[in-house]
Design a binder for this molecule. Structure first.
Ligand code: NIG
Ligand code: FE
Length: 412
């Protein structure tokens, strides 16, 4: 099946030769072709170029994209889409003056979601989660990472990972699974932290590895959650079971999680709201992708990742949603891109690079996703008629998407 898209006003993120990420000053460069054509063959990108060079081909379907922009679909490398119920009461409690930390300390927060998850059947959890996955696909996401971490019991964590696996089997977008058993200490282990870590390492990890339920291992490395020492112990065990680390660090405090992540060659370190100069230094010349989650900062009213300082220091940066019931009940990558521009002072070019190419890197999908490159997946966003790609962050509350292509097929 050949699909030909003609008269594209501007084709974004065109990479003739595949690159795996952009860093520092390169992030400001977004290669594009104005007045372009794009040819899709089955599920892959076959060819592209200037309209004047359009080859004579027999297409099964021709789409005239006059006035419209085409870009690779968003790569959301950090989500917790699989969860049960919601935490809207905590949202109202925060409006009334309680902090995220105070709510967590009185048994709300992650433990609240864990209680709900363990009371919900696997079938019901799948039904609730698939609606969120369908929603983000309609919003232009074409590859997503999903974490466990609301089970905090052997059964609960395995249930979450099985739901992620089923989503990956039933939906056409790429899904990577991350085991986040170390998201919080369950109440009955509050006085026996070593006991819970033992359960993660000796009960959960062997089952997960045996049934091939995860690609990555994550830990919430934060004051009041998992210390750097505990984090290192858990990621070292994950690596022994074949899982590469992708870890939550520096959300509220800088305690050395980034340095631990870099030492263990983490694929990514995520959140990074609180960064000191040593944290930035540690990331230089590493293969670890820093990932910012601006809609979490927005929802919790906490600082934004200092993107300018990081890019100035030559680092790459990826953007992701963190879609979860507590700190970011939104999976809208369009909003993430806009918020990165508006609040973190990223340019539209930097934000689009961060949400496509660098996002693909942060979930190990550089070879197949994140750019318009021959042979990559035909996962695309076709916008409505717009004046320029600046509209994507500028018109921050509007839905500018006309169609979404996943593996060459129009989904929306
Ligand atoms: O990435 N920070 C840790 N975990 C999630 C939120 C967890 C929750 O509140 O449910 C996050 O923000
Ligand atoms: Fe998260």
């Amino acid at each position: 099946m050949i699909t030909l898209i003609t008269n594209i006003k501007e084709l974004l993120q065109v990479r003739e030769t595949a690159i795996d990420k952009v860093s520092g000053a390169e992030m400001a460069v977004l290669p594009t072709i104005k007045n372009a054509f794009l040819i899709l063959k089955d599920n892959l990108i076959e060819d592209f170029g200037l309209m004047e060079n359009l080859p004579k081909i027999k297409a099964d379907k021709v789409i005239d994209a006059t006035g419209r922009i085409v870009l690779p679909s968003w790569c959301d490398s950090h989500t917790h889409i699989v969860y049960a119920g919601n935490r809207e009461q905590e949202f109202v409690d925060r409006i009334n003056g309680f902090t995220y930390e105070e709510i967590a300390n009185r048994g709300g927060g992650i433990l609240n979601s864990a209680k709900k998850l363990n009371e919900t059947s696997e079938e019901e959890l799948y039904e609730q989660s698939k609606l969120r996955l369908e929603e983000v696909i309609h919003l232009g996401t074409g590859a997503v990472e999903i974490k466990s971490g609301y089970g905090l019991t052997v059964e609960g964590e395995l249930k979450m990972l099985r739901v992620i696996k089923k989503l990956a089997q039933n939906y056409p977008i790429a899904i990577k699974a991350t085991f986040l058993g170390a998201h919080a200490f369950p109440l009955h282990y509050k006085e026996n932290k070593a006991g819970y870590i033992d359960e993660i390492i000796n009960k959960m990890l062997p089952e997960i590895a045996q049934h091939q339920l995860a690609d990555y291992i994550d830990v919430f490395c934060e004051t009041g959650y998992f210390s750097v020492e505990e984090t290192q112990k858990i990621i070292a065990a994950g690596i022994r079971f074949g899982l590469k680390p992708k870890i939550h660090v520096n959300q509220f405090n800088s305690i050395g999680g980034i340095q631990a992540g870099v030492r263990f060659k983490a694929l990514s370190v995520d959140h990074l709201e609180i960064m000191n100069p040593e944290d930035i230094e540690a990331l230089k010349n590493s293969e670890t992708m820093p990932v910012a989650l601006p809609s979490c900062s927005y929802f919790l009213s906490i600082p934004y990742t200092p993107a300018r300082e990081m890019i100035q220091a030559g680092l790459p940066l990826a953007l992701a949603t963190d879609f979860n019931p507590g700190s970011t009940p939104s999976g809208n990558m369009n909003f993430v891109v806009a918020t990165a521009c508006i609040k973190m002072k990223m340019t539209p070019e930097e934000a689009i690079n961060a949400a496509t190419l660098n996002g693909a890197y942060a979930m190990g999908l550089s070879e197949t996703h994140g750019s318009i490159t021959k042979g990559k997946k035909a996962n695309l966003i076709l916008t409505k008629p717009i004046s320029s790609y600046y509209q994507i962050p500028y018109a921050f509350g509007s839905n500018l998407i006309e169609s979404v292509f996943i593996e060459g097929k129009i989904i929306v």
